[in-house]
Design a protein around this ligand. Structure first.
Ligand SMILES: *Cc1c(COP(=O)(O)O)cnc(C)c1O
Length: 808
């Protein structure tokens, strides 16, 4: 675009924008509110998306390519407006036009709600996969739930987490399109009768409760291309909206009750991360979006394929993201047999060949097990089908594989009057994968060992990835521009090209610019901190950051206890000097997870103690930022020096926060767990700091015993001191932390916090030394950016295509 074209484009945009603001507000441009400014910008952008969206669908219909549907109970998409503007390559025009109109671009963008339709990594992964698929121009779409209320908003009051309902739809959401004429009915409860009709066993479903599933579509725009895919989110509504005058009082109340019972299904996102909470409403949610999604996909497929389903599994892949959508197996069987009249054998072949499954955790408390009675009552036909799948599968184990009864029992789908959803997903899918090399190994050798022995060909591994558009290009513009100016822009679509950056590893002028960008990002975060917390932090200190859901296995407690110990050191040795450190935390605890909430309270108690003690001369500051979400992450990741990835080895399936930090030049301080292992391999031993027990050591202690936390305590005076501080009134108003004390000593420290403490403290000291050599630190940081190519979700999608979905 030359100068006069640019000028022209800016003027055109200004006029369109003024007009749109007046249209949406009914006010003169100068009178319109900030929200009107945002609404108008969103609408202009949605119009641009809309025409590309229509064209993309048409192209997909004309050139049939295998389609993938990602079924997930969570999609944590983050804000969309800036991402759309950048992907359309009009940021310069829009930003300049808005500023020439005397408005502030960033302030307008900040009016957008951040849809919290996920808890953490699992939901965010799906959002990254959708973005990468659209950027690669692939016909992959999402299928999930249109939650009226997403994950709660977290406030910190007196150091404690307080939950506030998230009402993200309060002012409407400009990026979704409701499609009422594509609604379908989902059936719950009722009775099944069967009869032989013309010699064929036929099932009749009666007295069920119908719920209307209405889709809302959100465009997923590819970066710098014309592809727009869809994220389809289903909303529950009563089937018949009632007609007021015709109701007598009793009917009216019934109708109101029916309406709110129907709507309850998609009212709230369950706020648990990595924890099964067997509520009936949750089971309804799972079946609701599975059934609605599959019904629509099969209907559409038939329309374009002469009503013939023979080739379905060659043209469609249904991907089950963790076990929440595992009812895809029996629901697909139901549709193919009861609605489409296929035989069991044909339906089973199509089902297994269409479904693929990704496992996301090996934590036992996360494994979904639904009581048979609950499933039978809510979904009687689905239960019958599960029973039959189980019966046929166990027969096969007995006859074809010659397994004995105890081996068979371990692989059953129905165990102890419960449906084991992971087993159901494995049996119904032709591919099962873990999300990092170690996690996939644990699946093969432990979790799904028996399945691996009979179906080795089903097992795959794909290491997670994150989209560099959201987590580097659009959120770390300083670094983006420096990279563009140094090695060109190819890296934006091929992240492996970042390796070329290594030629600047000894370049002093590059280093100066690079360090300046990190400092600018840290100042930006310091400003945010100042606005939200009563503490001023030094941008020249080491920003050591742990942001993720609060969970015992992620060990925020290890980090917190180390800070307390470091503080004790400084108090005991007034002459001691360290590089100033700012320890930053953020993350939500599940509302019912008492221990995680105590960890938040402890971090805030330590912050209160440390931040207000002048005697340590500002050498350490501690910050807990409230309400971690994607938007806050976009400010935090680019500002980090240290990425805390300190889970108990073997517990974190992959992690994706680790990848976002790495891309932005933070150095990982981590255990050999999840994708940390692959980060270590990619950057080399000298560009990461690892510590702690290995996953084998953890597993061996868990299996054979041999760890006594009390012995560590007895032999370590420093640990004795911090443990004492938890219960001796050190924290004043914050009182005591007895449950933390007890879990570490009385209950033998299940997550090996005390066991790994020394090793972690040594790693921290090592970092303190490394940071004092600026050249070396720069090379370490740059290596992390340069070798982050493997952790792009573009690479992950290519792996899925090649090895799992067979779309390549
Ligand atoms: C990336 C991300 C996560 C996952 O972080 P981990 O460190 O991998 O647990 C969680 N929440 C949000 C908002 C994220 O962006």
């Amino acid at each position: 675009m030359n100068k006069s074209e640019r000028f022209e484009a800016i003027e055109t945009f200004k006029n369109a924008y003024i007009q749109k603001i007046e249209e949406v507000s009914g006010e003169c441009f100068s009178e319109a509110s900030l929200f009107n400014q945002y609404e108008a910008l969103a609408e202009i952008i949605m119009e641009k998306n809309g025409s590309l969206w229509a064209k993309t669908s048409k192209q997909y219909d004309e050139i049939p390519h295998k389609r993938v549907y990602l079924f997930s109970i969570e999609f944590l998409i983050g804000r969309l407006l800036k991402a759309f503007i950048n992907s359309l390559e009009i940021e310069d025009i829009v930003k300049t036009a808005i500023s020439e109109l005397g408005l502030d671009y960033e302030t307008i963008l900040n009016k957008e709600a951040d849809p919290g339709l996920g808890n953490g990594g699992l939901g965010r992964l799906m959002a990254c996969f959708l973005e990468s698929s659209a950027t690669l121009g692939l016909p992959f779409h999402g299928n999930g739930i249109h939650y009226q209320h997403g994950l709660f908003e977290q406030k910190i009051i007196n150091g404690e987490q307080v939950e506030v309902a998230d009402n993200w739809l309060r002012h409407g959401y400009p990026f979704e399109i409701r499609k009422p004429n594509e609604s379908v009915i989902v059936k719950f409860y009722g009775d099944i009768h069967y009869d032989k009709i013309d010699g064929v066993l036929t099932f009749f479903y009666e007295n069920y409760e119908p719920i209307l599933a209405v889709p809302y579509d959100i465009p997923i725009k590819g970066y710098h291309n014309k592809t727009v895919n869809s994220l389809r989110l289903w909303s529950a509504e009563p089937v018949e909206d009632f007609d007021l005058p015709s109701f007598n009082q009793g009917q009216f109340m019934d109708a109101v009750r029916h309406k709110s019972e129907a709507e309850a299904i998609t009212q709230i996102l369950y706020p648990n991360d990595n924890k099964f909470d067997g509520k009936l409403l949750r089971l309804k949610q799972e079946y609701f979006f599975v059934s609605a999604g599959l019904q629509r996909i099969i209907t559409r497929y038939k329309r374009y394929n002469n009503k013939c389903l023979d080739e379905f599994s060659n043209k469609i892949c249904i991907h089950i993201n963790d076990t929440h959508p595992a009812l895809c197996g029996p629901e697909m069987m139901r549709i193919l047999m009861d609605d489409e009249g296929l035989s069991w054998m044909d339906a089973w072949r199509i089902t297994v060949n269409s479904l693929t499954f990704t496992n996301h955790t090996v934590l036992p408390e996360a494994l979904e097990k639904w009581p048979v009675d609950m499933l039978k009552l809510l979904l009687p036909r689905i239960y019958m089908i599960i029973e039959e799948i189980n019966r046929q599968f166990l027969d096969k184990l007995r006859i074809k594989y010659g397994l004995n009864e105890s081996e068979i029992a371990a692989l059953a789908i129905i165990q102890d009057e419960q449906i084991n959803m992971a087993n159901l997903a494995v049996v119904c899918s032709h591919s099962v994968n873990g999300v990092a090399a170690l996690h996939s190994k644990i699946l093969r050798e432990e979790t799904f060992r028996g399945y691996y022995q009979i179906f080795p060909e089903r097992f795959n591994s794909v290491t997670n990835g994150v989209t560099p558009r959201r987590f580097l290009i659009n959120s770390n513009t300083g670094l983006r521009d420096l990279i563009d100016a140094s090695i060109g822009t190819e890296w934006q679509s091929d992240l492996f090209a970042l390796e070329e950056l290594m030629k600047y590893a000894e370049d002093a002028s590059f280093m100066e610019k690079y360090d300046q960008i990190k400092l600018t990002n840290k100042i930006h975060l310091a400003d945010y901190i100042k606005k939200h917390n009563p503490v001023t932090v030094n941008p020249n200190s080491i920003f050591d950051i742990q942001v993720k859901r609060i969970h015992e296995y992620k060990r925020q407690l290890l980090n917190a206890l180390h800070i307390l110990d470091l503080y004790n050191h400084l108090k005991e040795n007034p002459q001691m000097e360290i590089v100033p450190h700012t320890f930053i935390f953020a993350g939500k605890a599940a509302p019912g997870y008492y221990f995680a909430k105590e960890i938040i309270r402890l971090i805030n108690a330590i912050a209160d103690l440390v931040n207000n003690d002048a005697s340590i001369k500002d050498q350490i500051k501690v910050v807990f930022l409230a309400n971690f979400n994607v938007t806050l992450g976009e400010i935090i990741y680019p500002a980090a020096n240290i990425s805390e990835q300190i889970s108990t080895a073997g517990k974190e399936a992959s992690g994706t926060g680790n990848m976002k930090f790495m891309m932005n030049g933070a150095i990982t301080l981590g255990t050999m767990d999840g994708a940390n292992i692959e980060i270590h391999e990619a950057v080399g031993d000298e560009n990461i700091v690892t510590f702690g027990l290995s996953s084998d050591e953890v597993a061996s202690f868990e299996k054979s015993g041999g760890y006594r936390s009390f012995e560590v305590f007895e032999n370590n005076a420093r640990i004795q001191k911090i443990m004492q501080q938890l219960i001796d009134g050190t924290f004043g108003n914050f009182s005591h932390f007895q449950s933390i004390y007890d879990s570490l000593l009385l209950y033998n420290d299940s997550y090996f916090v005390l066991k790994d403490f020394d090793s972690y403290a040594n790693a921290q000291r090592h970092i303190n030394d490394l940071y004092q050599c600026p050249d070396q630190w720069f090379r370490m940081s740059l290596s992390n950016v340069a070798y982050s190519g493997l952790f792009s979700s573009d690479r992950a999608i290519l792996d899925y295509q090649k090895n799992i979905w067979k779309t390549l």
